[in-house]
Design a protein around this ligand. Structure first.
Ligand code: ATR
Length: 291
């Protein structure tokens, strides 16, 4: 058990709900491994109290906060600065104390990028299919555009929403690389193996039998199938993709790296690959994943 002293720095998470978060495990393990005198705690914050929470955190000299659902966009008006990537994405998941308040960053998407790199998946020059055009799908489309994917197809149940998001992302990225499609739009694409990123909440616990696309022929197009869900560890999307011969990964590594990037911002340290592996191991144990 960590000894809390007068000098211990505090970081935390604001969200609603926060009970099931793995972030305290990530950051308290990192503090143990890197020797940083830091304690990380979850804070339940109601929707109408986001501004007060940010001001209060600043008054308490809280070094940094993570922000989760449903506050990732709502928190932006209460920040004194915002990183350009977070601004483009329109969502913030990390606040870093600065003069007069907090600066907002998005480490979710760089975290996903680092997770892909760690698995040997490169986006440069690739065609990527994204399932879902909500806040997460939008952020993933931006991440792909920023990191040099040649073409991004944004497949969504409501095509008008995908079109809106594609226009926004193309404008922010400064190039027309994102195309909106209906969920069955993949049939119009050349039959090849693509990187496919599942960015909806369909298939998340307890709805583990659901997948946003159930048609078997879709999975013939999946070369690498990435589901941003990590509970269950293997979603139906991943099962179908693996059944069609694809490599699959879930969202646990993205969660790991978004945490590591936040920790590095707060503490000015660099987390080693070995430390990252040790944290990932503990996350898998906490999720009951045995490989
Ligand atoms: P988030 O911010 O987490 O992305 P969201 O904005 O509610 O959440 O978006 C959820 C995404 O999942 C959307 O792309 C949604 O499709 P619609 O735009 O058509 O609503 C998609 N989604 C949710 N439930 C779905 C379902 N049962 N079938 C297909 N798509 C679904």
């Amino acid at each position: 058990m960590k000894e809390i002293k007068g000098t211990t720095a505090v970081c935390g998470l604001i969200g609603n709900p926060v009970e099931h978060t793995l972030s305290p495990l990530i950051h308290n393990t990192l503090s143990e491994l890197t020797g940083e005198d830091l304690a990380y705690v979850p804070f339940l914050v109601e929707n109408e109290a986001v501004g007060e929470a940010v001001r209060g955190a600043h008054a308490l000299h809280i070094r940094g906060l993570n922000v989760t659902v449903p506050h990732k966009s709502a928190v932006i008006p209460y920040l004194c600065a915002i990183d350009p990537l977070a601004e483009k994405i329109g969502a913030v998941n990390t606040l870093v104390a600065c003069e007069g308040g907090y600066k907002g960053y998005n480490t979710d998407m760089p975290g996903l990028y680092r997770a892909l790199v760690s698995e040997g998946v490169a986006l440069e020059g690739e065609t990527v299919l994204i399932l879902g055009a909500g806040g997460v799908g939008r952020a993933v489309a931006m991440m792909c555009a920023v990191n040099g994917a040649s073409d991004v197809y944004l497949l969504n149940r409501t095509i008008s929403k995908a079109k809106e998001v594609a226009d926004e992302v193309n404008a922010a990225a400064g190039r027309d690389c994102v195309t909106a499609m209906a969920l069955d739009g993949y049939r119009l694409l050349p039959k090849k193996k693509y990187i496919v990123i599942q960015a909806t909440s369909v298939g998340m616990h307890p709805h583990v039998e659901d997948a946003v696309i159930k048609e078997k022929d879709f999975y013939e197009y999946v070369g690498v199938g990435v589901d941003l869900i990590f509970n269950p560890a293997e979603t139906m999307f991943m099962k179908y993709a693996a059944g069609a011969g694809a490599r699959t990964m879930n969202g646990l590594k993205m969660l790991l790296y978004q945490g590591i990037l936040a920790y590095e911002l707060w503490n000015g340290v660099e987390v080693t690959d070995e430390q990252a592996k040790a944290v990932y191991q503990r996350m898998k144990e906490a999720m009951g994943i045995h490989e």
